[in-house]
Write a protein that binds this ligand. Structure first.
Ligand code: UDX
Length: 446
């Protein structure tokens, strides 16, 4: 099928490359000429495992092209909207200006029978509004939310948990459903569940899924705080909860909390929508989860200061991690950088290490020191704080690390290291949600 993908960011670039991999003829469109140039040369503009291979395969087969000119949209049967919906600058709401601009750019190139498929995460009611914008073109709108995670986006796209189609009732909706079935034929053949709903439900499925993941993380972080005060161990607790199939073990890792370009802003957009509709219990629940998440960052910074005897000014601190999670170079709303900045603001001399996100972070925060090599970053550190659980950090040799620091004091903000191994190598080891009460009471760096 001939397909266009509008917006080539973390979502659209991966979506375009996987659609070409599924056998379609794909053109990716973006207003950022630099990004399009890179993609056309089969270079991934951001770190995403597996993407370079797919881009190269698409370039070689000729099935994957990229363009900045909307004229390239003409001739496609299906148009995917993959532009961003960031949090608005002054409110909790989603900023829909990119989605509206994409539909405006697409409008003149739509032909009767074409299908416009929204993938961006949007507030309920957006799809209906966009459908009315294209009603006179004879094209039909469908909403097909995307659930991919950065860092495993290629795998998630080629083997999704489910496909959701939000379509209108009647023959137009049926036509859209048939087109989407053709687009995703290889995934449907491998047994991927497909759920067909109305627009509002499809929009809400995505928002509710992300908010639920955020709730789970905030729940375990709140329980982690309780564990600290009770001298209990949130890691063992979480592992035990995970054995209960009704609960499930994922998104129960206590630590620095959630960040990135999706969970925080989707939680806030849902909260704003609940407020607008007067659904107070949901608004309160989501707002509490957001507050617990902010608190997780603050409490970690506070613990770091306590471990330094109550004053971190002048201390040399190495922060392991800048990306909001491993396997990405994305620093949007990163807990690691947030905490690094809190410590720097209190006078600490902070060196940040990250295998991929250093350049992005340095561009935004040039006053922090960046060192990609973890052992070099650890040189002379009086306190080390692990905040993004990259394999490069979790596989560090504690003895080699102890040999380069000024003081072997570790605060594991992701519960990602083996405490026994680090203690055996001479480290004073503290982890979030694990018996921190006593450690907090007694500063260990005086
Ligand atoms: C998320 C959703 O998972 C995905 O379905 C949606 O399409 C986009 O938003 P992503 O933003 O890539 O994906 O990140 P995810 O892997 O979900 O992690 C989000 C944040 O939660 C990260 O900062 C991560 O470190 C944190 N997290 C995750 C925890 O703190 N604890 C956990 O147990 C799991």
């Amino acid at each position: 099928m001939r397909i266009s993908v509008i917006g080539c960011g973390y979502l659209g670039a991966v979506h375009a490359a996987t659609l070409a991999d599924l056998g379609h003829d794909v053109v990716g469109l973006d207003t950022d000429a630099g990004r399009i140039e890179q993609l056309a040369a089969a270079q991934a503009p951001f770190h995403e495992p597996g993407l370079p291979v797919l881009l190269e395969a698409g370039r070689r087969s000729g099935r994957l092209r990229f363009a900045t000119d909307p004229a390239a949209l003409a001739g496609a049967d299906v148009h995917f909207l993959c532009v961003g919906t960031p949090q608005a600058k002054t409110t909790f709401e989603a900023d829909l200006s990119h989605v509206v601009a994409a539909v405006e750019a697409l409008r003149p190139h739509l032909r009767p029978g074409a299908v416009v498929v929204g993938k961006s995460t949007v507030p309920v009611g957006t799809a209906a509004r966009l459908a009315s914008l294209i009603a006179d073109t004879g094209a039909v709108l469908a909403w097909n939310p995307e659930f991919l995670r950065q860092g495993s986006a290629v795998r998630d796209s080629l083997a999704p948990d489910r496909l959701v189609y939000g379509i209108p009732e009647g023959p137009y909706g049926e036509a859209a459903r048939a087109m989407l079935d053709a687009v995703y034929a290889p995934l449907l053949e491998q047994g991927t569940p497909r759920l067909v709903t109305d627009y509002a439900t499809a929009e809400l499925i995505k928002t509710a899924a992300n908010a639920f993941l955020a709730l789970k993380i905030s729940y375990i972080n709140a329980v982690g705080e309780f564990c600290e005060s009770a001298g209990a161990d949130v890691v063992a607790l979480s592992r035990a909860l995970g054995h209960d199939a009704r609960i499930g073990g994922t998104y129960l890792q206590a630590g620095a909390g959630f960040g990135g370009g999706c969970l925080p802003k989707d939680l806030r957009s849902f909260r704003a929508q609940a407020h607008q509709r007067g659904v107070e219990p949901l608004e309160e629940l989501l707002s509490l989860a957001d507050g617990i998440n902010a608190d997780a960052r603050y409490r970690l910074a506070e613990t770091a200061v306590r471990l330094c005897g109550g004053d971190i000014a002048g201390r040399r601190v190495t922060v392991l991690g800048a990306a909001f999670k491993p396997n990405t170079d994305d620093i949007r709303d990163s807990p690691a950088l947030d905490i690094a900045l809190q410590l720097a603001a209190q006078g600490a001399t902070v060196t940040v290490s990250d295998p991929q996100a250093g350049p992005n972070a340095w561009l935004q925060y040039p006053h922090l020191d960046f060192e990609p090599d973890p052992l070099a970053a650890l040189g002379g550190a009086e306190l080390t704080v692990l905040l993004t659980e990259w394999a490069q950090f979790t596989t560090l040799d504690p003895a080699a690390a102890a040999a380069v620091v000024a003081n072997p004091l570790m605060l594991d903000g992701r519960n990602a290291l083996d405490p026994a191994a680090w203690r055996a190598a001479g480290w004073q080891f503290h982890a979030v949600g694990v018996g921190l009460a006593e450690a907090g009471a007694a500063p260990v760096l005086l």
